[in-house]
Design a protein around this ligand. Structure first.
Ligand code: HEM
Length: 616
C-alpha cells in the first residue's frame, strides 16, 4: 500500500470513527443521570416514521402502546429530530401540568410554536422577557374566560347556542345526508366567529380553518432544513400541502387583521366581544401589538371549533350504535321538558346543569377522543422521575390516550359506556381524565365545549332521529380523523311527549283550551283534532306531574296509556311517503289564498318546508 493508500485508509477510519461516535452519541444522549428506557431510533429522523404510521382504531396509537408495553409508562424516543420523553404515568403527568414556568414551559413544534410563541412579539418588535410571559398568559386567559367561560355561558351565551343548534338541526333535517364533522365544524365555527369577533364567515370558511388546524396538529411535518423535511417532500407531495397550508394561514391572519381594522375604524360597532376587549387592552398593555393580537385572535378561533366537532362526530358515531344510551338520553331530556316551568322559554341554566347522564355521555366521548398525540411541554431544568432524569431542553409528551384508554383505570376501555362515570373516583378523574389538560394551561374552552355538546344533544335527542348513511372510519395518524367522513340522515320526529308539550304550551287556561289546542295542533302538526282530543291532552299534561307509580289504577298508569295514544296519534301524522322523506309536508288551503298576483283556491295543496313550518 502506497502513502496515498495509507492516507485514504486512515481517512476512512477517521470518518467511520466519527460516524460511529455520532451514532453512539445519538443513541446515548448526554444526561446528568439515567435516561428513561427507550430507543432514539435512526440518527436525525429518530422514530418519526414509526410514529406517523396511521392506525384504524380508536385505541392508543400503536407507537405509544407497544413502547409502554416494552419500556413502561415513561420512555424516551426521538421525533422530528428532537429528543422526547413520552409519559403515560398519571402521577407524573399531573405533576408536570402543575409545573408551568417552574420545571417546564408551554411548547409545541414548528408552526404552532411560532403561532403561540409569545417572545419576540412585543409592541416594538423587542423580545418579551420570559418573566412577563406569565402575566401575558394570565391576561389573555382571563380575557378568553370572560367571553366563553361558565359565567358568560350562564348569563349570555346559552340562548344563542340553543338557537344555533336548533337552526342547524332544522336545516340538516331537510338534507338527504350530511357529513357530521363538516356540518358541525361549520356551525360551531360560524357561531364562535360571531360570538368572539361579530363576524359572519362566508360558506366553507370553516373548512379552510379546519385545514390549518389539522396541519398544525400534524406533529412534525414542517421542520425546514432537516433530513426529515426532505424525506417528507417525496413522501407526501409535501410542497403542495405546505403551500395550501400557508395560503390558508395567510388568509386567516389577514381576515383577523381586517376585522381588527374595521372595528377600529367603526368604534360605534362596539359589542363588548373578544375583539373589543383586545382593542381596549391595547391602550394599557404594551404586549398587545397588532401582530400579537392578530395571532391571538387567529389562534383562539382555531382552537374553538375543530375539536368540538370531532367530539360531536365521535359521540354521534357511538350513539348510532348504542340505542340503550340514546334511550337513557331520551329519558333525561323528556324529563327536562316535562318539568319545564316556563313552557315558552328555552333551555335554562338549571336545566343544563341537571343533565347528569348527558354529561356522562360527553365525558365518555372526550375520554375516547384524544385528538392529538398529547400535551407537550419542554423541560427548562433537569427533571427527576422514578429514578430517571429528563434533561433540560427535552420535549415531554403527556399521552392523554394512554391515560384515558388504560384498561387498569377504565374497564373495557374501548367500549362506549357512559354509565361508568357514576362510579369513578374523583382522584381517578383528576389524574386519568385530562382531555382539557390541567394546571395553569387548562383549556379555557372546556365549559363552552361541554355546554355546546349538551345543548346540541338536547335538541337532537328530543326532536330528531338519525341513521348512518355511510362512513365512520376512525384513523389516528396520529391525529384523529374520520376517513371519508361520517354521513347521517336526520329526520324530524314528532316525539309524543314533545309534540304534546308543544301543543299544550299553546294554551294556558281551560276556557281557551279548545280553540287554542286546535289552533296549535294545526299550526305545529298540520292536523285538525277530533272533539275532546284537547281534553285528553290536558289530562296528560296534568297527570305527567303525578308520582310515577306505574300500577293499574294509579293516575300515572292511566296517564301512560294516554301518552301511548298521543304518541300513536303523532306517529299517524307522519305520512311515510316520498313527500315526507324530502321533509316537505302538504297542507290544504282552507280559504282562497292570494299570493304575488295569483290565487290558490280553497282545497288546493300547499307544500311547506318543515323548517318554515317550525319557524312560523
Ligand atoms: C373538545 C374540545 C376541546 C379540547 C379537547 C381542548 C383541549 C385543550 C387542551 C388539552 C388544552 C391545553 C393545552 C396545553 O396544556 O398545552 C387546551 C387549551 C386551550 N383551549 Fe381548548 N380544547 C377544546 C375546545 C376549546 C374551545 C372550544 C376553545 C375556545 C373557544 C378552546 C380554547 C383553548 C385555549 C384558549 C387554550 C389555552 C389555555 C391556556 O393556555 O391558558 N378550547 N385545550
Amino acid at each position: 500500500m502506497g502513502p496515498l493508500g495509507i492516507l485514504m485508509y486512515v481517512m476512512a477510519l477517521l470518518v467511520m470513527g466519527l460516524i460511529h461516535y455520532r451514532v453512539y452519541r445519538w443513541r446515548n444522549p448526554k444526561c446528568n443521570g439515567r435516561l428513561p428506557p427507550g430507543s432514539m431510533g435512526l440518527p436525525l429522523i429518530g422514530e418519526t416514521i414509526q410514529f406517523l404510521i396511521p392506525s384504524k382504531s380508536i385505541d392508543i396509537p400503536p407507537f405509544i402502546k407497544t413502547r409502554i408495553m416494552k419500556y413502561g409508562p415513561i420512555f424516551k424516543t426521538s421525533l422530528a429530530g428532537l429528543p422526547v420523553v413520552v409519559s403515560s404515568d398519571p402521577e407524573f403527568n399531573y405533576y408536570i401540568l402543575q409545573q408551568e414556568g417552574k420545571l417546564v414551559e408551554f411548547w409545541y413544534l414548528d408552526s404552532f410554536a411560532k403561532l403561540i410563541d409569545l417572545r419576540g412579539l412585543g409592541r416594538d418588535g423587542e423580545s418579551t422577557p420570559l418573566t412577563s410571559i406569565g402575566h401575558i398568559h394570565k391576561y389573555m386567559r382571563n380575557m378568553v374566560l370572560s367571553q366563553i367561560g361558565a359565567e358568560a355561558l350562564r348569563k349570555r351565551i346559552l340562548p344563542d347556542m340553543e338557537e344555533t343548534c336548533q337552526k342547524a338541526l332544522v336545516d340538516w333535517s331537510t338534507q338527504e345526508s350530511l357529513d357530521v364533522k363538516k356540518a358541525t365544524s361549520s356551525v360551531i365555527f360560524d357561531f364562535t366567529a360571531k360570538l368572539l369577533y361579530g363576524f359572519e364567515p362566508e360558506k366553507n370558511m370553516s373548512e379552510r380553518f379546519s385545514y390549518i388546524f389539522q396541519g398544525l396538529l400534524s406533529f412534525p411535518l414542517n421542520i425546514p432544513g432537516t433530513v426529515f423535511h426532505k424525506c417528507l417532500k417525496i413522501y407526501l407531495a409535501y410542497d403542495e400541502l405546505t403551500q395550501i397550508f400557508i395560503q390558508n394561514q395567510k388568509m386567516g391572519l389577514k381576515l383577523m387583521k381586517d376585522l381588527m381594522d374595521e372595528r377600529r375604524a367603526m368604534p360605534e360597532k362596539h359589542r363588548g366581544d373578544f375583539l373589543d376587549q383586545i382593542l381596549d387592552g391595547m391602550k394599557t398593555e404594551s404586549f398587545l401589538s397588532d401582530d400579537f393580537s392578530v395571532l391571538a385572535m387567529f389562534a383562539i378561533l382555531l382552537a374553538s371549533f375543530d375539536i368540538i366537532s370531532s367530539s360531536l362526530t365521535l359521540a354521534l358515531m357511538f350513539l348510532t350504535e348504542q340505542p340503550m344510551v340514546v334511550k337513557e338520553l331520551e329519558k333525561e331530556h323528556e324529563e327536562i321538558l316535562r318539568n319545564r316551568e316556563q313552557r315558552e322559554g328555552g333551555l335554562t341554566w338549571k336545566e343544563y346543569k341537571s343533565m347528569n347522564f348527558t354529561m356522562q355521555v360527553v365525558n365518555e366521548s372526550l375520554r375516547m377522543l384524544n385528538v392529538g398525540p398529547g400535551i407537550m411541554r419542554r423541560a427548562i431544568r433537569d427533571i427527576h422521575v422514578n429514578g430517571y432524569t429528563i434533561p433540560e431542553g427535552w420535549t415531554i409528551v403527556i399521552a392523554q390516550s394512554a391515560l384515558q384508554l388504560n384498561p387498569e383505570t377504565y374497564d373495557d376501555p374501548l367500549s362506549f359506556n357512559p354509565w361508568r362515570w357514576k362510579n369513578l373516583e374523583p382522584t381517578v378523574v383528576a389524574k386519568s381524565f385530562i382531555p382539557f389538560g390541567g394546571g395553569a394551561r387548562m383549556c379555557a374552552g372546556a365549559d363552552f365545549t361541554k355546554a355546546f355538546i349538551a345543548v346540541f344533544l338536547h335538541h337532537l335527542i328530543s326532536k330528531y332521529s338519525w341513521e348512518k348513511v355511510k362512513g365512520g372510519e376512525i384513523i389516528r395518524s396520529p391525529v384523529l380523523g374520520f376517513g371519508d367522513g361520517f354521513y347521517i340522515k336526520i329526520r324530524f320526529i314528532v316525539n309524543g311527549l314533545w309534540a304534546a308539550w308543544s301543543v299544550l304550551s299553546c294554551y294556558e287556561n281551560i276556557v281557551t283550551i279548545f280553540v287554542i289546542f286546535d289552533f296549535g295542533a294545526k299550526l305545529l302538526c298540520g292536523f285538525g283534532p277530533e272533539k275532546n282530543t284537547s281534553e285528553t291532552f290536558n289530562f296528560l299534561n296534568q297527570d305527567l306531574m303525578y308520582f310515577p307509580l306505574n300500577i293499574p289504577g294509579a293516575t300515572f298508569y292511566k296517564c301512560l296509556k294516554i301518552q301511548k295514544m298521543a304518541m300513536k296519534l303523532m306517529k299517524d301524522l307522519i305520512v311515510m311517503d316520498d313527500e315526507l322523506y324530502s321533509q316537505r309536508i302538504m297542507r290544504r288551503a282552507i280559504g282562497d289564498i292570494h299570493v304575488n298576483g295569483s290565487t290558490l283556491y280553497i282545497n288546493g295543496n300547499i307544500s311547506l318546508e318543515m323548517s318554515e313550518m317550525l319557524y312560523m
